[in-house]
Design a protein around this ligand. Structure first.
Ligand SMILES: [Fe+2]
Length: 330
């Protein structure tokens, strides 16, 4: 039985991360009519004992005192909230929905390979209730699933829970950032010989076999295009020495990727420099996708790849396909 779509209950609360909680909440109350609930200062783990690294202004929605927005400001340089703000800018951090049975929902997500920020259910610091965060890669914000029971009291929280949340976010950010820094290139080793490997890579009609570009086709004029949700993007593949160049001419900009090939001891070593002009978030995302594509490519060219590795790569490329397909502009 397909467990999707999940049966989410009612919208519960949402959280903003902003540089100045007071200013942001004043706008919400004075201009938009949100109701003031309270201010909380918390030590989520990065401040010395007795001090705080997180400021929350809790407001209720206009006309609905049972649903809140939490306006969060990081108070220390080292706090995860400040780091998140630097990486993603101000705005919605997460939106929470109630579910009846969190353990089951979590199991469905895990079984479907949908990424969450923690490999177990953690506590919501604002409610003390149990929660799971679905990673933001599909949506641009986290989705919190929260289980409320009748006995649980809304609005109670413990600092220990807040530290737990901060920790799960921290490890997630690290994962996202590839621990240290934004990669400058992706490398892989492929079967040879060079000439036939190169021919395979440079053949547009084979791209759907190993890349996220699964809607590449010839248009009526006989030119290669990639069909996307909002536009057909012209695609040019060219060879220059031992390099294969891909050029997508989007309506607002060009997107260019190069595959540099080199033959050593019967293997073909490929290096793909990360394209210019992308945000660090996009570079990381693109690097992960290309890495997975190169696994599929090695397999398509005859390498025997571990089954788990291959299915992970397929999943990743499938996800990236949906992102690319739905993307507007570059
Ligand atoms: Fe929350």
């Amino acid at each position: 039985m397909n467990p999707f779509p999940l049966s989410l209950g009612r919208f519960d609360h949402y959280t903003l991360i902003v540089p100045n909680a007071a200013e942001c909440s004043r706008f919400h109350t004075e201009v938009l009519g949100f109701g003031w609930v309270r201010e909380q200062k918390v030590n989520a783990g990065s401040a010395p004992e007795g001090e705080f690294d997180m400021l929350n202004h809790v407001l209720h929605l206009p006309g609905d005192p049972s649903r809140v927005v939490v306006v969060t400001e990081g108070l220390t340089e080292g706090s995860i909230f400040r780091k998140y703000l630097e990486a993603h800018g101000p705005g919605i951090h997460h939106i929470a929905y109630a579910v009846d049975d969190l353990a089951t929902a979590f199991r469905y997500l895990e079984e479907a390979g949908i990424a969450t920020t923690s490999n177990r259910i953690v506590h919501d610091p604002l409610s003390g209730l149990r929660q799971v965060f679905i990673s933001r890669e599909q949506t641009g914000y986290f989705i919190e699933l929260i289980e409320r029971t009748e006995t649980a009291e809304e609005g109670t929280f413990k600092e220990g829970n807040m530290a737990e949340l901060a920790n799960s976010m921290r490890s997630y950010l690290h994962e996202e950032e590839g621990v240290e820094s934004v990669p400058s290139e992706v490398r892989a080793s492929l079967p040879g010989p060079l000439a036939s490997t190169m021919e395979f890579i440079a053949d547009p009609k084979r791209l759907p076999l190993w890349t996220a570009h699964q809607t590449v086709m010839l248009n009526e004029q006989g030119n290669w295009i990639e069909r996307r949700m909002t536009e057909d993007v012209p695609l040019k593949v060219s060879r220059e020495g031992t390099r294969v160049d891909f050029l997508w001419s989007l309506s607002d900009q060009d997107f260019h990727v190069e595959f540099h090939l080199e033959e050593r001891e019967g293997r073909v070593h490929v290096t793909v420099p990360m394209p210019d002009g992308l945000t660090s978030q996009r570079v990381i995302r693109t690097a992960v996708a290309i890495q997975s594509e190169l696994i599929l490519l090695a397999s398509a060219l005859g390498d025997s790849v571990d089954g788990d590795e291959l299915s992970r790569a397929r999943e990743e490329v499938g996800r990236f396909h949906l992102e690319v397909y739905a993307r507007q502009g570059g």
